[in-house]
Design a protein around this ligand. Structure first.
Ligand SMILES: [Zn+2]
Length: 99
């Protein structure tokens, strides 16, 4: 028998290697968690809570991204309680000197 024909029969007899069950879905879950971490970071970055948002997105998935929208780590004005942007010396809302 010709060697090429023999090789052809051998390769047809052996099924192609398959990935273990769930390999694709595990990769998809990891992709979703990484994308959620990035989205959580972007959702909370402008309120000084980017890394907290990224962790929530990674561990809680898309629900963590929604929860990251509620995080606010900016300082509060001691007089009126409104959130302060950056290192302003005077509160832009009540115009009191910042303590
Ligand atoms: Zn104020």
């Amino acid at each position: 028998m010709d060697a090429l024909v023999l090789l052809g029969q051998f390769t047809r007899a052996v099924p192609p290697p398959t990935e273990p069950a769930g390999g694709d879905s595990a990769f998809l879950v990891l992709l979703i968690l990484i994308a959620s971490a990035i989205a959580g970071y972007l959702a909370a970055a402008d309120r000084k809570a980017g890394w907290q948002g990224a962790l929530m997105g990674f561990f809680l998935g898309p629900m963590g991204v929604i929860a990251a929208l509620g995080i606010d780590r900016r300082q509060c004005c001691v007089t009126c309680g409104s959130r302060l942007e950056g290192n302003c010396g005077v509160c832009p809302h009540c115009h009191r000197q910042r303590a």
